[in-house]
Write a protein that binds this ligand. Structure first.
Ligand SMILES: [Zn+2]
Length: 191
């Protein structure tokens, strides 16, 4: 059974010649991987339709694809994560400041959840952070925002963080625990 599936999959992978570089199209019927968003785990239900879209139904991302290929799915899901992350991160920033918020840049980062470029008024946030519980996102955003006042990890910096959120240590611990327990789901190259 497993061998049969492998053969089918190989047959489904075709090279489509264009006048530019050849485009790989790997046809799929389902996605077995699970996805995280705001601390919740979701399965994928695939449907074919007129255009790519995603809606959340209970424990599933119901993904409609215009073309049932792995490449289309991966492009779409990453784009969806980036758009969703932007909305969630901006909402988090707005919890702390309303006037002239910094610019938010979203990257896949390997070693940091966030960084503050205080001279440029920019905060970079790890795209993978959107997979973590909301309170952990808020904690990272608060940490980076406080760097606009104290660009170090001095006593004054932590005093400022604590004055805004006295529970930040629990959130820091929860983020560490969450990211260690979901390491394979969090550290994918693809989203
Ligand atoms: Zn810091």
């Amino acid at each position: 059974m497993r061998l049969l599936k492998l053969l089918v999959r190989r047959n489904n992978c075709v090279m489509v010649a264009t006048h530019q570089a050849p485009v790989v199209k790997t046809y799929i019927r389902g996605i077995r991987r699970r996805y995280l968003l705001l601390g919740q785990e979701y399965g994928i239900v695939l449907r074919q339709g007129a255009r790519n879209s995603l809606k959340i139904e209970k424990d599933n991302f119901v993904v409609t694809l215009s073309e049932m290929t792995k490449e289309n799915f991966e492009r779409f899901i990453e784009d969806w994560y980036r758009r969703t992350a932007r909305k969630i991160f901006l909402k988090s920033v707005a919890k702390y400041i309303s006037d002239s918020p910094p610019q938010i840049k979203i990257y896949k980062m390997r070693r940091a959840w966030g960084r503050c470029y205080y001279r440029k008024n920019i905060i970079t946030i790890n795209l993978h952070l959107v997979k973590c519980p909301e309170e952990c996102i808020d904690y990272i955003v608060l940490h980076e925002l406080c760097h606009f006042t104290h660009n170090d990890h001095s006593k004054d910096f932590y005093k400022m963080v604590t004055e805004t959120d006295s529970h930040w240590k629990q959130k820091d611990a929860r983020l560490k625990e969450f990211s260690q327990s979901r390491v394979t789901l969090l550290q994918r190259l693809h989203i």
